[in-house]
Design a protein around this ligand. Structure first.
Ligand code: XMP
Length: 305
């Protein structure tokens, strides 16, 4: 475990030295990684840093508003509404890796636009150690790592947390006085809800996933999972009122882990599972079935795509 205070001093100095009098942008996703990287970089270079939050339409319920509030102390914060552009870019794509690429490229285009506007030569990223390991192997390409330098026209990329594990990042976040909603937040993948809807990303599936993820996070909070999520799998037959319906199947997953590289499915009590089921099917007319995923990682991954 790193010593957070000396880590912060060291990284602030390193970021200052790397960026100098230039300007930088950082992609803010609302997760603990990018928030911590942003806070570190802001401490180092102040308003020379422009944190960019791209509203992709793939984010969790209420996330955009939370970001605006949490980072309102950074005057240079930019919130970009790119929802339509991402939906268009994802249209027709069903392959998970292609989705990641489309999203990764979309992100970079949005940043480049802002970076040009603010004349930024550097990109700061919240990449952490497990992201790099998984991208080096063949497990999955993480959109915030894989292949970016080739498409980016920045002078340099700064990754202050590239050697940290998640629990170390949380320590640093607490030491930086980041709000609890950020430092204790469950991990959320960069491609967002796009990897929690199987197959093509549509507005309808996203809406189902957004609401279901909200229910799962709320209901499982006190079980303190490392990560809990809901994914829209496909359609199956059900009965609502007097009618047979062909409704969405939502999978609920809750795991314990240290770093996301391996994970164990969490043993959740029946009453909680039934409450989750009844809220998800009750709040959304188009959901006919809820299932609980009991698979560890390996053999499954944590996300569905
Ligand atoms: P998997 O599904 O590979 O997930 O077992 C391990 C951890 O990584 C997150 N994850 C991602 N994070 N970009 C990210 O920034 C991605 O493409 C991505 N895919 C998975 C996942 O949420 C879990 O915490």
């Amino acid at each position: 475990m790193v010593d957070s205070e000396s880590f912060i001093d060291e990284k602030v100095a390193e970021i200052e030295a790397a960026i100098g009098d230039s300007n930088a942008v950082i992609a803010l996703s609302g997760g603990v990684d990018s928030s911590t990287a942003a806070a570190l970089a802001y401490e180092a270079i102040g308003d020379q840093l422009t944190p960019v939050y791209v509203d992709t339409g793939l984010m969790r319920k209420g996330e955009t508003e939370e970001i605006e509030e949490t980072f309102s102390y950074m005057e240079s914060l930019r919130v970009v509404d790119a929802r339509e552009r991402f939906l268009d870019a994802l249209s027709g794509i069903t392959d998970p890796e292609e989705k990641r690429h489309a999203i990764g490229e979309g992100f970079i285009r949005e940043f480049e636009t802002v970076a040009r506007e603010v004349d930024a030569q550097f990109l700061v990223q919240g990449t952490i150690y497990p992201d790099r390991i998984e991208s080096e192997g063949t497990i999955k390409s993480h959109h915030n790592v894989g292949g970016l330098p080739e498409v980016v026209d920045f002078e340099g990329i700064v990754e202050p947390m590239r050697d940290l594990y998640k629990d170390e990042v949380r320590e640093v976040a607490r030491a930086l006085d980041l709000e609890e909603v950020v430092s204790e937040r469950m991990p959320f993948p960069g491609p967002g809800l796009a990897v929690r809807v199987l197959g093509e990303v549509t507005e309808e599936k996203l809406e189902v996933a957004r609401e279901a993820n909200h229910v799962v996070e709320e209901e499982l909070e006190e079980h303190e999972p490392w990560q809990a999520l809901a994914a829209v799998l496909g359609k199956a037959t059900g009965v609502k009122g007097d009618n047979r319906v062909h409704g969405w199947v939502v999978a609920v997953r809750s795991v314990e882990s240290r770093d996301g590289m391996t994970a164990r499915a969490q043993k959740v009590d029946w009453a909680t599972l039934q409450r989750i089921q009844s809220r998800i099917t009750g709040e959304n007319d188009t959901v006919s079935r809820v299932v609980y995923d009991v698979t560890h990682k390996p053999p499954a991954t944590i996300e569905y795509e």
